[in-house]
Design a protein around this ligand. Structure first.
Ligand code: HEC
Length: 161
């Protein structure tokens, strides 16, 4: 994306936010947007939509299961190796920051405690990205569905690596 295009998309994002809040657009609004939100808007929102609901039948709904992938073996790697993440133009640092923000925002794991993604981890995992995500995703979703419910207040174990 050229710098001009980037600026255009950026102002559209800011405009949309300002219009919904019924406010005038000030340059300060742009600076006030956290970098991670702008990254999401530029690189992910086209498919996943602003609230992560995705597109029925095409793009999965983050709100159902995003953090839950961390509960099952292989799920942590999947979150980085899925094509939309691994092949995005965001660098490793930006990708780790974005994933950690997204998971905290739309739903952390429910049955274990996950460590945040690190830049080095993203760099290592994204090298071998998934050409076909669906078969692996279907298997992970079956494992997630089989996870036992944790008792309220139970001390959660660490998530699998
Ligand atoms: C071109 C559309 C598209 C873009 C752009 C895109 N994704 Fe995705 N994303 C998908 C689809 C479709 C899937 C389901 C797996 C698959 O078929 O690739 C998915 C799956 C995922 C998953 C795994 C969760 C799940 O439920 O399967 C994560 C995490 C994810 N995307 C994050 C991102 C992030 C972060 C960005 C921006 C850096 C992004 N995606 C950009 C289409 C997209």
């Amino acid at each position: 994306m050229t710098a001009a295009m980037r600026a255009l998309v950026l102002s559209a994002v800011v405009l949309a936010g300002a219009a919904s809040a019924g406010q005038a657009i000030r340059p300060a609004d742009m600076a006030a947007k956290p970098r991670v939100e702008i990254d999401y808007a530029l690189h992910c929102q086209g498919c996943h939509l602003a609230d992560g609901r995705g597109m029925a039948g095409k793009v999965p709904d983050f709100r159902d299961s995003l953090g839950r992938f961390l509960e099952v073996p292989g799920g942590r790697a999947y979150l980085v190796q899925v094509p939309g993440v691994a092949t995005s133009r965001l660098d490793d640092d930006g990708t780790a920051r974005l994933l950690n923000w997204l998971i905290a925002r739309v739903g952390p794991p429910r049955t274990c405690r996950a460590a945040p993604f690190t830049t080095a981890e993203v760099a290592r995992l994204r090298r071998t990205w998934l050409r076909k995500a669906r078969p692996l995703r279907d298997g992970l979703m079956r494992q997630i569905a089989a996870q036992p419910n944790m008792a309220k207040g139970a001390k959660l174990p660490d998530c699998p690596a």
